[in-house]
Design a protein around this ligand. Structure first.
Ligand code: E4P
Length: 218
């Protein structure tokens, strides 16, 4: 399973990349806004910086919601760097755009996925990735991880090539559960990736080893 970081913060991207376990980056307009990046030219320049920092797939989202607008933006985004994957919303014009972009050889990440039926449409259109939003489903008292499991099962039965990219990951257990459910990728905030390290017995054990070492050297 690949691990992507879900942020537009270059500091956080560098910190995760330094761990040596990072496979890519996802962003969205909200994450770009959080970094205070304004104007399409600055946004495109920021995507290039991210691509130059991480050697892996970098998802860059379109702003347009009509077919022609999405196609225009997608071609610009794909021209920024070979590693750009264009993020397209799961709406009828988006599915049509994904189909056309796939024909042109432009890779896509179909975003805002909340059901297995939607995920079938994305796979039929040829999306490179489908992004089911685990946390946002849990937020409304449904089961986000169950959706990952269902889509992974359908894609395996139907032999679809689209990869399941579990998004909206909120805690380290989501990562573990998505791995068990068959996700190909999880995209998570830095704090959630760092949460995977946490175990009190690791800290206590290390403290004891060091204390014993220092005692023996006295
Ligand atoms: C990533 O591709 C999604 O845009 C992101 O994971 C959404 O996460 P959120 O639900 O925490 O905003």
């Amino acid at each position: 399973m690949k691990i992507f970081i879900d942020t537009a913060s270059l500091n956080e991207i560098c910190e995760a990349n330094d761990l040596g376990i990072l496979d890519g980056v996802t962003t969205n307009p909200s994450l770009m806004a959080k970094e205070g990046i304004k104007g399409l030219d600055n946004i495109y320049a920021h995507y290039l910086k991210i691509c130059e920092t991480v050697d892996g797939d970098i998802s860059a989202e379109v702003i347009a919601t009509d077919y022609d607008g999405m196609m225009r933006e997608a071609r610009i985004l794909a021209g920024i760097h070979n590693n750009i994957v264009v993020k397209i919303p799961l709406i009828p014009a988006g599915i049509k755009a994904i189909h056309s972009l796939t024909t042109e050889g432009i890779r896509t990440n179909c975003t805002l996925n909340f059901s297995a039926g939607q995920a079938i449409l994305a796979a039929k259109a040829g999306a490179t990735y489908i992004s089911p939003f685990v946390g946002r489903i849990d937020d409304i008292n449904w089961d986000g991880v169950a959706l990952i499991e269902q889509i992974s099962r359908i894609y395996a039965i139907q032999d679809f090539d689209t990869e399941v990219l579990a998004a909206s990951i909120r805690n380290p257990m989501h990562i573990v559960q998505c791995a068990e459910a068959g996700a190909d990728v999880v995209t998570c905030p830095l704090s959630t990736i760092m949460g995977l390290f946490k175990h009190p017995l690791t800290d206590i054990g290390l403290e004891r080893f060091l204390a014993d070492y220092h005692k023996s050297q006295a």
